[in-house]
Design a binder for this molecule. Structure first.
Ligand code: 0X9
Ligand code: CA
Ligand code: CA
Ligand code: ZN
Length: 431
């Protein structure tokens, strides 16, 4: 794992020198501090870019201004830049720069191949353009896929954050698995026949390309903010409680959690907004990494939603299903309580607007001894395998929910109220 990280860093260095676009690399440093809750909290409030934890130390990427602030605060740190950006420029990994992971065009190719091979089950939609005019693709999986049938709909999203490469693979592999097992597995056939599964594996194609070719740790999209800085954090740009405070997102364009000029200012989040307004989803999961956790709204506050019992139960079920595969435990709970506060994130918006169960799954690893933002190529399949039953669970839940709703007499159909902050103490932190 650590080997893999070194290799990726070497590649990063080699590409930066080839490309000559050194801006991000040369203006940042990596520092480490001893793990200390109070100092960490302070640094988190500065919206710094947390890289990983390793041997009781926390590693952070900082620019030179941030480094000065940290020095002024008398926080003890070690400069790690030299240790983590090695000198050699010669190493490559198997199939190109990004190995078995999918780049934008590799993904495009494979999606189109799936559509060609399974024309009645898989259809690729170009649902809109990124800032740099790449296509954002949705893969729809269903029987009679070319018809819009009256069936449950469910959404799986990946890669809002450029450096989270595994989050492309898991939703993509779901689509591939469903079509490839449709004829041989009656359970899969039943699910696919009764639902319309919409998969958007790559919400942030511009960011992913930048992460592959220039700067491995890139997180945001590639918006030119006009002040010399680049990127909006797409997972702070959604329109529910957008910009609620400056803790859960940043108003400062150079920060990694910059929320953008306004809600849905970015084409990538607009594309997701439009998809949700055209479809009628019963539930959704958006994939990120790392941490091994399943979290659900709210993110902008520590208050619980009125559907907390349901979300808790569903995430407990999914966690158990995941653990049954390889033994890996994914913690679960409300995002604002279990992880940290964010505003303008995807799931607050999908739940706040549509009232549907909305989960963020932070894929492995759990922390740095297991790789931080990196997973080795050999881990792609096991990580998909362990997540598959939870994905199937969500599809099945959506079908059941859809059928339950259709069977209700018209006037008794529940209407979602957006007044949903069931106050009270809640369950508290379950970690
Ligand atoms: O900060 C994020 O956007 C996500 N974590 S990541 O390390 N992948 O960047 C978590 C978002 C979870 N949502 C809330 N906490 N509301
Ligand atoms: Ca169908
Ligand atoms: Ca439909
Ligand atoms: Zn993320």
């Amino acid at each position: 794992m650590i080997m893999k990280k070194t290799v990726a860093l070497m590649i990063l260095v080699s590409f930066i020198s080839i490309a000559g676009e050194s801006q991000d690399y040369w203006t940042t440093e990596i520092i480490s501090i001893e793990k200390d809750y109070k100092i960490e909290k302070k640094l988190r409030e500065m919206n710094l870019d947390f890289l990983m934890e390793w041997n009781d130390r926390v590693y952070i990427i900082v620019n030179h201004d941030e480094l000065q602030t940290i020095e002024k605060e008398n926080i003890l740190f070690t400069l790690e830049t030299q240790n983590l950006y090695p000198q050699s420029q010669k190493i490559t990994i198997q199939s190109g720069v990004n190995g078995e992971y999918h780049s934008y065009s590799e993904l495009e190719q494979e999606l189109l191949t799936l559509q060609d091979s399974y024309p009645n089950l898989a259809r690729v939609f170009d649902i809109g353009d990124s800032l740099e005019q790449r296509n954002i693709y949705a893969l729809k999986i269903s029987d009679n896929v070319n018809q819009d049938e009256n069936e449950a709909e469910v959404a799986f999203l990946g890669c809002h954050h450029a450096r989270e490469w595994i989050s492309v693979e898991v939703p993509f592999l779901l689509g591939k698995y469903l079509v490839e097992n449709y004829n041989s597995n009656s359970k899969i056939k039943e699910l696919v026949d009764s639902s319309e599964i919409w998969i958007v594996p790559l919400v942030n194609p511009d960011g992913l390309e930048y992460s592959i070719h220039f700067y491995r740790y890139w997180r945001k999209n590639r918006r030119d903010n006009g002040d010399g800085s680049y990127g909006v954090d797409l997972n702070r740009n959604y329109g529910y409680m957008w910009g609620y405070d400056n803790k859960g997102s940043s108003p400062n364009p150079s920060d990694v959690t910059y929320r953008g000029k306004s809600a849905f200012s970015e084409p990538e989040t607009q594309v997701i907004r439009d998809l949700f307004s055209l479809r009628s989803f019963q539930a959704m999961i958006t994939y990120h990494n790392y941490s091994q956790i399943i979290i659900y709204p709210w993110g902008y506050t520590r208050l619980l939603t009125e559907k907390d019992d349901l979300f808790f139960e569903m995430s407990a079920d999914m966690s158990e299903l995941i653990q049954s595969v390889n033994g890996n435990f994914y913690d679960y709970g409300p995002a604002g309580v279990d992880l940290y506060l964010t505003n303008g994130d995807t799931t607050d918006w999908t739940f706040g607007t549509y009232g549907i169960p909305s989960f963020t799954i932070e894929l492995p690893p759990i922390d740095i001894p297991h790789g931080g933002f990196f997973n080795s190529e050999g881990d792609i399949q096991p990580i998909f395998n362990e997540n598959l039953p939870a994905m199937l669970y969500l599809i099945e839940w959506s079908i059941d929910d859809f059928e339950a709703q259709s069977n209700l007499p018209e006037k008794r159909k529940p209407k979602f109220k957006s007044k949903d902050q069931s106050a009270g103490e809640g369950r508290g932190n379950n970690r």
